[in-house]
Design a protein around this ligand. Structure first.
Ligand code: ACO
Length: 435
């Protein structure tokens, strides 16, 4: 963090003395005003629900320029990474700050590959769930439960423990998601196979059965790997901030990541891909492309409570660069699987076309986000809608754990404890007739 020559001055209309604050510069992006001394000097808090203007931390992992529609992991543009790297390259990059050389990559891949099995007892824990439980409910439980199994990596002050827990989480997440899926299908769990890639192994654990050989389809493998890359990290979004806040109390990494999984589940965040596909399916069942105009009127009517899912973003006020890459992958997968005429894809393209020309969306700078097309890809691959957010959680785990680790290494890190503007009752006595 670099101190700027600029200073910020806060003045008050009631004649109280004004206060000067330091301003810091990042490498790119907006400067920040350091208001840490505000309460001590003025007895006042700032008010910023939803963190519209508040930087909660300093971070060197991911950068988004919402106006340009730019996303960088450790400085590298997402489109270059998506085209030139695989997901484990990205995991290495996000965790360590640099892309791996050949030796580092081989070592990292092998390390992750050799941590993919989960303690056998977790099967029994999973069997306690109803078969129709939502996969995110199952995943929240399973990830939290890891802390009961891997005590030897929960000393958060020990960098080696932190590294081991990061590898474990990245490695075991696909196993847990596939187990949750197999359980919902009443099928036997498939154990990881070490000669497959990270994503190929996940596909096999999802779709193989003990009855026959499973061959990984390369186009599908590449598409899912890209979904993982595009979801790997995204600055201080709601679930990442949840992981940081939860972790700031000093809790173990598995508990902190379980909190992130819970947050991601919501429809305004990771749950949007599931909600988006449901929206497309409903629209298709109720008239398809012919009814798009009518549906858009509902979306624009504030009283209808209907939103165009997969559209809009808190930070991107220009096209989400991930959506562009996802649309490209969507075309590739549908064509490889002979689904070029997929009606939901056509519907999505039509919705996008209309929205991009409609003044309502133009004025509010609403563009497709990554979830608009990722559901169609996942559906084509055979992933059920209810599992979409779990796939997102799998991919985001590396971002969560890297951000958690970065927080713990920050000398300025403190337990997160926001303040409030209290508007409830003042001190009062309990009525005397209550004994
Ligand atoms: N459909 C219709 N109108 C919308 C949409 C949408 N998808 N998104 C925003 N708007 C409108 C709002 O009604 C509001 O209009 P107003 O100014 O007339 O009141 C304006 O655009 C601004 O919207 P906010 O909700 O205030 O913007 P915010 O930054 O808080 O919300 C969010 C961003 C939650 C992503 C929102 O756009 C949304 O609900 N989108 C649909 C859900 C979705 O796709 N979420 C995925 C996010 S990406 C991710 O998590 C991977």
């Amino acid at each position: 963090m670099q101190l700027s020559d600029k200073k910020a001055t806060l003045s008050f209309s009631d004649g109280s003395p004004s206060i000067e604050f330091p301003v810091y510069q990042g490498t790119v992006g907006p400067d920040v005003i350091d208001i840490r001394k505000l309460y001590g000097q003025s007895g006042m808090f700032t008010y910023d629900p939803g963190f519209m203007s508040t930087a909660s931390c300093e971070s060197g992992i991911t950068y988004i320029d919402g106006d340009k529609g730019e996303l960088l992991y450790r400085g590298y543009p997402i489109d270059q990474l998506a085209q030139k790297c695989d997901f484990l390259d990205i995991c290495y990059l996000i965790l360590n700050g640099e892309l791996p050389n050949e030796t580092q990559k081989a070592e990292f891949d092998s390390n992750v590959t050799h941590h993919t099995m989960v303690n056998e007892q977790l099967h029994f824990f999973l069997r306690g769930f109803r078969r129709d439980a939502h996969p995110m409910a199952v995943l929240t439980g399973l990830v939290g439960a890891l802390s009961a199994f891997y005590h030897d990596s929960t000393d958060i002050t020990n960098p080696h423990h932190r590294h081991v827990s990061a590898i474990r989480l990245i490695a075991k997440m696909p196993t847990l998601v596939a187990m949750a899926y197999k359980y919902s299908q009443g099928q036997p769990f498939i154990y990881p196979q070490n000669d497959l890639s990270y994503t190929g192994n996940f596909l096999r654990m999802m779709f193989a059965t003990p009855c026959e050989e499973y061959k990984v389809n390369e186009v599908v493998e590449r598409a899912l790997d890209r979904i993982f890359i595009l979801h790997a990290d995204h600055e201080q979004n709601a679930s990442t901030s949840t992981v940081r806040l939860c972790g700031s109390s000093g809790t173990n990494p598995f508990a902190a990541i379980a909190a992130g999984v819970g947050c991601l589940w919501g429809p305004a965040h990771g749950g949007a891909n599931e909600a988006c596909l449901q929206m497309l399916e409903e629209l298709q069942a109720n008239g398809g492309v012919a009814k798009v105009g009518e549906f858009m009127e509902k979306v624009k009517d504030k009283n209808s409570g209907v939103r165009l899912m997969g559209f809009g973003h808190r930070v991107y006020k220009n096209y989400d660069p991930r959506a562009k890459l996802m649309q490209e992958t969507c075309k590739e997968v549908l064509s490889a699987l002979g689904l070029e005429n997929d009606p939901l894809f056509k519907l999505a393209m039509e919705l996008e076309r209309i929205a991009l020309e409609d003044q309502y969306f133009v004025d509010r700078k609403l563009y497709p986000n990554v979830d608009f097309y990722s559901g169609i890809v996942q559906r084509a691959i055979g992933i059920p809608t209810s599992l979409f957010t779990a796939i997102f959680a799998l991919a985001r785990t590396v971002g969560w754990i890297a951000q958690w680790s970065e927080m713990l290494s920050d000398p300025d890190y403190k337990i997160g404890r926001p303040r409030q503007l209290y508007t409830g009752a003042q001190t009062r006595d309990v009525p005397s007739n209550r004994g």
